[in-house]
Design a protein around this ligand. Sequence first.
Ligand SMILES: Cc1cc2nc3c(=O)[nH]c(=O)nc-3n(C[C@H](O)[C@H](O)[C@H](O)COP(=O)(O)O)c2cc1C
Length: 214
Amino acid sequence: MKKFLVALTVMLMSTTACTASGDMILPPPNLNAKLTVMDALNQRQSARNFVDKALTPAQMSKILWAANGINRDNGKRTVPVANGVYSVEVYAVTKEGIYLYDVENHKLNLIAEGDYRSATTTGQSFVSKAALNLVYVETPEAWKSANRTPPRESQIYSANVTIGAMVQNVALVAQTEGLGNCVRGSINREEFRIVAKLSADKIILLAQSVGFTK
Ligand SMILES: Cc1cc2nc3c(=O)[nH]c(=O)nc-3n(C[C@H](O)[C@H](O)[C@H](O)COP(=O)(O)O)c2cc1C
């Protein structure tokens, strides 16, 4: 019995647990890396030769956490933000569905079931093979909730700076996992807005494909 419980615990820690609603609870991010930061920087490059093979739950966890995860007891994150306002949402688009990264609970909340990877590109065929396509979306609601009202132009500028840090964090972690990545500005914004059920005020700023490569 004890052996069974140990095996079950190990299994749960190494898999994503899907809830009844289809959400994915991610395992805690493993902070070990096979490369140093300098090695990862030395190897950083865009990849487009993806193979359609799912990432492990541990890899999903590391990548989402690197993009926008909480790294301190005060709730602050792996990326810097202007005025302490976290206005960038990260959507994870996989073969299984579109998910919104729930930062506080380190889980992926299901938005739409099905393979919508092609909706994150204007036609680059490698995108539908990449296991994970991240879509970075600016939400003005975050500023309103924080009772801050800089001009909209400043809000968008700040989001773009934060997204620059997000994509580089993801690129470096992907490199340490032996995964390829490609930052992408060409997104089918009209289609993605519909399938991801995004309100009209949100701005789809950037995408990033991540996955195993040939
Ligand atoms: C803002 C931005 C948008 C980009 N958009 C695309 C894109 O839509 N498709 C693509 O294949 N690569 C895209 N790239 C990747 C660049 O083509 C790539 O970074 C550049 O050629 C340098 O190559 P490297 O990343 O291998 O050093 C984009 C990069 C940035 C920073």
